[in-house]
Design a protein around this ligand. Structure first.
Ligand SMILES: [Zn+2]
Length: 268
């Protein structure tokens, strides 16, 4: 399948809310799994995802091109896209996140490494966690794909949020790296985990929260996680742990939030 055919296939197999965005994006067939395995059709329930027989990961079948993804995250994502999905705005999330997730993330992070130390959050979004980490005595930096949001959060919280997917190459090493709802968006999984490792101090720890679904039943229950425009990989417990091992990092589950595991990752 090519071009218009791919778009038609995606439109036919996706939810109403995603359709307006598909016209503005270009897609390409996903060739291989991150592990090198050859993904196969999975189940008619999930026509837009494949399954890797080697690691169990579910790569999206047609992936938005790099340019499409950059456009999508640079301005569309937080405002138009989240609004169409009736998600709270960035400003509402800044308040709301303190009521559910932020206190839990703070607890896990304190357990991994108490302040003071250097923290990096990749994909810091509305910035509430960074703001609270700063109040708690951590030395914080964020990175965010949306340039305007990066500037807005820097102004609002006093924490430096850099525009991009990682801080510039010469940036110092971090004791804690926070990756929440981000791993599943990264097109090149191996490059992403290697990049994380290169920023980590020798005793550094990573906190990761992302969709991890081990069975078809669980996948059906959490079917909204299978969003073909932005969730490019849905991991299983096995593929998640294999991915980090590939970069010489070990992962262990430390808890659960919103029915998905929360992991701590460190160097072997
Ligand atoms: Zn695989």
């Amino acid at each position: 399948m090519f071009g218009a055919q791919i778009k038609e296939f995606i439109i036919d197999n996706t939810t109403e809310g995603l359709r307006p965005f598909i016209g503005q994006m270009d897609f390409e067939p996903a060739a291989k799994c991150w592990c090198g395995g050859q993904p196969e059709p999975w189940t008619p329930e999930f026509a837009l995802y494949l399954r890797c027989p080697s690691c169990g990961c579910k790569p999206v079948r047609f992936r938005p091109t790099t340019e499409s993804l950059q456009r999508f995250y640079s301005s569309t994502y937080w405002y138009e896209y989240q609004q169409v999905h009736k998600c709270p705005t960035v400003e509402e999330r800044f308040e709301g996140d303190m009521l559910d997730r932020v206190p839990l993330y703070l607890n896990w992070l304190r357990g991994l490494h108490p302040p003071p130390c250097k923290v990096l959050e990749i994909g810091s979004g509305n910035g509430r966690l960074l703001f609270e980490l700063k109040q708690a005595g951590y030395d914080c930096t964020g990175v965010e794909m949306d340039k305007n949001l990066a500037a807005l959060v820097t102004n609002k919280t006093g924490v430096t949020v850099v525009h991009g997917s990682f801080p510039p190459g010469n940036d110092p090493i971090y004791d804690l790296i926070v990756i929440i709802d981000v791993l599943e968006h990264a097109p090149d999984q191996i490059n992403f985990v290697q990049n994380v490792k290169s920023r980590l101090s020798s005793s550094g720890k990573v906190l990761v929260h992302c969709p991890v679904l081990d069975t078809l039943e669980a996948s059906i229950q959490f079917r909204h996680m299978f969003n073909p425009l932005s969730h490019l990989w849905i991991h299983t417990s096995e593929s998640f742990s294999k991915l980090w091992l590939e970069a010489g990092l070990r992962s262990a589950k430390v808890g659960e939030l919103f029915n998905m595991p929360v992991y701590a990752v460190n160097k072997l």
